[in-house]
Design a protein around this ligand. Structure first.
Ligand SMILES: Nc1nc2c(c(=O)[nH]1)N[C@H]1C(S)=C(S)[C@@H](COP(=O)(O)O)O[C@H]1N2
Ligand SMILES: [Mo]
Length: 317
């Protein structure tokens, strides 16, 4: 029952509104006992290992890119795609409880002058954290507005000094089936891999996020550190990153490997290019009833359009 082919998983998970509302009721009913059980089963050590929900100090307000209501915290943290913890939207929030967030190392290697195994806190601490309110548009045609906390990916890129041959970055999520039950099922090729062209990665809108709603990032949203690339479909925003490899050719992402005719490398949000099995012209904002029009580059065309000047976006989907 759990072994579904990835493409089927996708189509079956375009949740319709009524189903979603029912799921919400279910979640609300379930929330109290689940949280109580989680706290009861946690010693001081476990709590230290999962600093979810702690407030993040010294967060500066960043540029506001969206003047739309924020999706409620409850939805942002219980309606997740994180297949390492299960393919149901409600699975991650339930399965992440014992996930270990420290020590956590991000390997930065490949074509850089300063490769190394960086403790995640050494990457985060020198940065001025900023709140960035972005839309997240899933390829499944739903979206959210989320106040992320993070810093521009370019700040880390500059620090490690890419060599002139570096043209892409390949990102990898933790591979640990003991902690990530979804990795015991072959819905995708593990570990989860994503990639960006170096100039995309250098764009100031691309951030490494370590929090949301002013608090430490919940595991189900990709703790301790995840990418957010707001003009691309949500799956480009890889979670729980352990490696950034600078390379000279285009990486193959996990979604491309699983269904190349459906998921391209670029994955820019584009209402004019349909997914082979559904339209991308409209989207359902989580918590809203009527669908909205999907915007080119998810509404960030003015900022990022020039990255793709001269490219055929139907071919490079
Ligand atoms: N490692 C990993 N990263 C991932 C995914 C995943 O399954 N595994 N899902 C992606 C998809 S499809 C989406 S829409 C976003 C969802 O992010 P959110 O749960 O914080 O809203 O995470 C992306 N990052
Ligand atoms: Mo997604």
């Amino acid at each position: 029952m759990l072994i579904k082919r990835a493409p089927d998983v996708r189509s079956s998970e375009i949740t319709d509104e009524s189903l979603y509302l029912r799921r919400r009721e279910f979640l609300q009913a379930a929330a109290v006992p689940v949280v109580a059980a989680a706290i009861a089963g946690m010693g001081p050590e476990a709590r230290a290992a999962a600093p979810q929900d702690d407030p993040l100090p010294n967060v500066r307000k960043g540029v506001v890119t969206v003047n739309e209501p924020w999706t409620p915290y409850e939805d942002v943290t219980t309606y997740n795609n994180f297949y390492e913890f299960g393919t149901d939207k409600s699975d991650p929030a339930r399965n992440v409880r014992s996930f270990r967030l420290r020590p956590w190392t991000v390997k930065i290697d490949g074509l850089v002058n300063k490769p190394g195994d960086y403790a995640v806190d050494d990457l985060i601490k020198p940065q001025q954290l900023e709140e960035r309110v972005y839309r997240l548009r899933c390829v499944e045609a739903w979206s959210m507005v989320i106040p992320w906390v993070g810093f521009s990916l370019r700040d880390v890129i500059k620090r490690v000094e890419p060599q002139s041959g570096a043209t892409f970055i390949e990102f990898t999520t933790l591979n640990d089936p003991k902690q990530m039950p979804g990795q015991r099922v072959s819905v995708l090729k593990w570990p989860y891999v994503e990639g960006l062209r170096l100039d995309e990665a250098m764009h100031p809108l691309a951030i490494l996020s370590v929090g949301l709603y002013g608090k430490v990032l919940p595991v189900q949203n990709g703790a301790p550190i995840r990418l957010v690339v707001p003009w691309k479909y949500g799956f480009k925003s890889i979670k729980s990153i352990v490696r950034m490899r600078f390379v000279d050719r285009q990486p193959v992402s996990s979604w491309q490997a699983s269904a190349p005719q459906e998921y391209g490398f670029y994955s820019n949000v584009n209402p004019e290019v349909d997914h082979p099995r559904w339209s991308q012209a409209r989207e359902r904002r989580i918590g809203e009833f009527l669908k909205r029009k999907t915007l080119m580059f998810n509404g960030y065309a003015d900022q990022v359009g020039s990255l793709y000047a001269g490219m055929d976006l139907k071919k490079n989907y």
